[in-house]
Design a protein around this ligand. Structure first.
Ligand code: NAP
Length: 485
C-alpha cells in the first residue's frame, strides 16, 4: 500500500467498523480499515460453529445509533449478526475504506516525523498519523498443550475454525472444553453423532437463556418510533443491575447462584451428574453462561461427561487421567483463545524504540484501556480492562470511539502531531483500578480464568458499571496527555 492515510484502523468487527462510522460522521474521510481476512466481521465472521449466537440480547449487542427492529430472536444467531455488520458497512458507505487480505505484522512509531510506519505482510511499509486497533482479545485460537495432540490421526479442529466439510453424523466425537462456545455447539451436535465425550475441566455456572423468537407482529411494533429504543433501554438496565454483584459486593451474587442451581436441579435429575456439574467457585468469577439445551444434551444416552481430565491424546483415542482410553474419530477443541500470549506476538514499537512488551513488562495496561504511555496516537478499542461480565461490549466500544474522536479533535485544535498519555496519569488510573479489582469476584471468586495474567492480576475486566465508564470517558482530560508538535 503506497498511500499515507491519516488514520489506519485495524479490524472489521464491531470495534473497527464502529470507529469508521463515527470518523466519517465527524468529517474524517482520510482513513483506511485493514482486515487480515478476505471478508469483514471479526468474531462474527470467524465463529461459525453450529449454534453460534450472541449471549447478550441483540437489541443491546448492536450500535445504539443503528437499531435493528428486525432481529429474529432475543439472542440472534451468528449469521444475522454478521449480516447486521455488513448492512452497517453499506449504510455508512465504508466499502471504499476497506482493504482485505491486509495482515498488519508491525507498527513502528517514528520519533522524527511523529507518524506510524505500518507493516503489512508481503507489502511495502506505509505511514499513517494515527492507528486505531480494533482487533479484540478473542481471536487467536488456543489449543491445549496435551501430550500427543499432534499425533491424532482423525479430524480435529477448534470451535473458531469449525470444519464444515466434516460430517459428524454417526461419528465418535470428543469435545475438550466447556466454555461459552462449547455450551452452544454441544447441544447442536449431540443428536447427530454416535457418541459424544465432553471433557470438562471446570464446570461453568449456567443460567437459563431468556431467548425467544420475535413474531412478525412484534417486529412490526419494534419498528414503530421509539419502540426498539425503549426495549434496548430496558435491556440495558436489566443487564446493568447484574453489575451490582460484580462491582459492589460479591455477596449479591447469591441470587444468581441460586438461579443457576435451580436451573441445574431442574434440568439434571441424576444427582451424580449434577454433582459433577456443580461449580465450587463463586458465580461470576468466570463468564456466566446461559443455555437451555446444554444440560439436557449432557443427559442424552450417547453423551458422556468426563471430568477426569485429559492425560494424553493418541492416534485414535484420548486417554483420561485414570488411564481409560476412549476411541474417537473427531476431536473438537472448545478451549478458548490466547489472550495474553496473543499480545506477546505483536510487534509494536513506540517512542525511542521501546517495544510494547517492554512497556508492559510489569503487566498489560492502558489509560481507560485506550491509550498507553510511550505509544502516541495509538488507540486501543476493547483494550486492557475494558471487557465485561455483565453487559454488551458494544456499549464500551461506543464510549471508546467517542474518546478517540475527542483525542483527534484535541490534536486538530492544538495543531499538535501526536498525543501521548502521561505515565503518571496511566499509573494513577491503573493503581485505582487494580485496588478496586482486588476484592472483586474475578480475583476473589476462587477460580482460574483468562481474565487474570500469570501473576493473578486482572488485565481484562472493567470493574464498574458501564455508565461509569461512559461518564468517565465522556470528557477528555487534556492534562493527562503530552502534546507532541
Ligand atoms: P472459554 O470460555 O475460555 O472456555 C474454554 C474452555 O476450555 C473452558 O472450559 C476451559 O476450562 C477449557 N480448557 C482450556 N484449556 C484446556 C485444557 N488444556 N484442558 C482442558 N480444558 C481446557 O472459551 P470459549 O468458550 O471459546 O469462549 C471464549 C470467550 O468468547 C467467552 O468467554 C466469551 O467472552 C466469548 N464468547 C462469547 C459468546 C457470546 O455469545 N457473546 C459466545 C462464545 C464465546 P477451564 O474453565 O478449566 O479453564
Amino acid at each position: 500500500m503506497s498511500t499515507h492515510p491519516g488514520i489506519t484502523i485495524i479490524g472489521t468487527g464491531f470495534a473497527g467498523l464502529g470507529m469508521a462510522i463515527k470518523l466519517k460522521e465527524a468529517g474524517y474521510h482520510d482513513f483506511v480499515i485493514l482486515e487480515k481476512a478476505d471478508d469483514l466481521g471479526g468474531t462474527w465472521r470467524d465463529n461459525t460453529y453450529p449454534g453460534c449466537a450472541c449471549d447478550v440480547p441483540s437489541h443491546m449487542y448492536s450500535f445504539s445509533y443503528r437499531l435493528n427492529p428486525g432481529w429474529s430472536r432475543m439472542f440472534a444467531p451468528q449469521a444475522e449478526i454478521w449480516d447486521y455488520l455488513r448492512a452497517c458497512v453499506d449504510k455508512y458507505d465504508l466499502t471504499p475504506h476497506l482493504r482485505f487480505g491486509k495482515e498488519v505484522v508491525g507498527l513502528e512509531y517514528d520519533d522524527a516525523t511523529r507518524d506510524w510506519r505500518v507493516s503489512v505482510a508481503g507489502e511495502e511499509t506505509f505511514t499513517t498519523n494515527a492507528v486505531v486497533s480494533g482487533i479484540g482479545a478473542l481471536h487467536v485460537p488456543s489449543l491445549p498443550a496435551i501430550p500427543g495432540r499432534e499425533s491424532f490421526a482423525g479430524v480435529s479442529f477448534h470451535s473458531a475454525e469449525w470444519d464444515h466439510s466434516v460430517d459428524l453424523t454417526g461419528k465418535r466425537v470428543a469435545v475438550i472444553g466447556t466454555g461459552a462456545s462449547a455450551v452452544q455447539f454441544v447441544p447442536q451436535i449431540a443428536g447427530k453423532v454416535s457418541s459424544l465425550h465432553v471433557f470438562q475441566r471446570t464446570p461453568p455456572w449456567i443460567q437459563p437463556k431468556p431467548d425467544f423468537p420475535f413474531s412478525s407482529r412484534a417486529r412490526r411494533i419494534l419498528g414503530l418510533p421509539g419502540a426498539a429504543r425503549a426495549l434496548r433501554t430496558s435491556i440495558y438496565w436489566v443487564l446493568e443491575t447484574r453489575a451490582l454483584g460484580f462491582t459492589v459486593d460479591p455477596r449479591l451474587m447469591k441470587v444468581h447462584e441460586k438461579m443457576a442451581l435451580n436451573h441445574l436441579a431442574k434440568q439434571v435429575p441424576d444427582p451424580a451428574l449434577r454433582a459433577r456439574l456443580t461449580p465450587d467457585y463463586t458465580i461470576g468469577c468466570k463468564r456466566i453462561l446461559i443455555s437451555n439445551d446444554y444440560y439436557p444434551a449432557l443427559g442424552r444416552e450417547n453423551v458422556e461427561l468426563i471430568t477426569d481430565g485429559v492425560r494424553e491424546i493418541r492416534e485414535n483415542s484420548i486417554v483420561d487421567s485414570t488411564g481409560r482410553e476412549i476411541e474417537v474419530d473427531v476431536i473438537i477443541y472448545g478451549t478458548g483463545f490466547k489472550v495474553v500470549e496473543a499480545l506477546d506476538e505483536q510487534r509494536i514499537i513506540g517512542r525511542n524504540g521501546v517495544k510494547i512488551q517492554e512497556a508492559w513488562q510489569d503487566g498489560v495496561e492502558a489509560y481507560y484501556g485506550i491509550t498507553t504511555a510511550g505509544f502516541p496516537n495509538l488507540f486501543f478499542l476493547l483494550g486492557p480492562n475494558t471487557g465485561l461480565g455483565h453487559n454488551s461490549v458494544v456499549f464500551m466500544i461506543e464510549s471508546q470511539v467517542r474518546y478517540v474522536l475527542d483525542c483527534l479533535r484535541l490534536l486538530s485544535r492544538t495543531k499538535a502531531r501526536a498525543l501521548d498519555v502521561r505515565p503518571e496519569a496511566q499509573r494513577d488510573y491503573n493503581d485505582r483500578l487494580q485496588s478496586r479489582l482486588n476484592h472483586l469476584i474475578w480475583n476473589e471468586g476462587g477460580c482460574d480464568s483468562w481474565y487474570l495474567d500469570e501473576h493473578g492480576v486482572n488485565r481484562t475486566i472493567w470493574p464498574g458499571f458501564t455508565f461509569e465508564y461512559w461518564a468517565r470517558t465522556r470528557r477528555l482530560r487534556p492534562e493527562a496527555y503530552e502534546l507532541i508538535r
